[in-house]
Ligand binder design. Structure first.
Ligand SMILES: [Zn+2]
Length: 59
């Protein structure tokens, strides 16, 4: 089983999934960033960031 985390930002009024700036560079993946307001899990001045842990049983 695997668990991965999906990050959301609620700045637009509904949960918007954060995206990584360059998903092709798997090794140097930084933080996910909100495309609408630029918030990230460590830079969340308006406390709009939340997350959901998803269990993946199809490993
Ligand atoms: Zn946002």
């Amino acid at each position: 089983m695997d668990v991965y985390r999906i990050w959301y930002c609620r700045c637009t009024g509904k949960p918007l999934e954060l995206s990584y700036e360059d998903p092709t560079e798997e090794e140097s993946r930084g933080e996910p960033v909100c495309q609408a307001c630029g918030a990230s899990p460590s830079s969340d001045p308006r406390k709009t960031i939340s997350y959901r842990d998803v269990e993946n049983w199809n490993d």
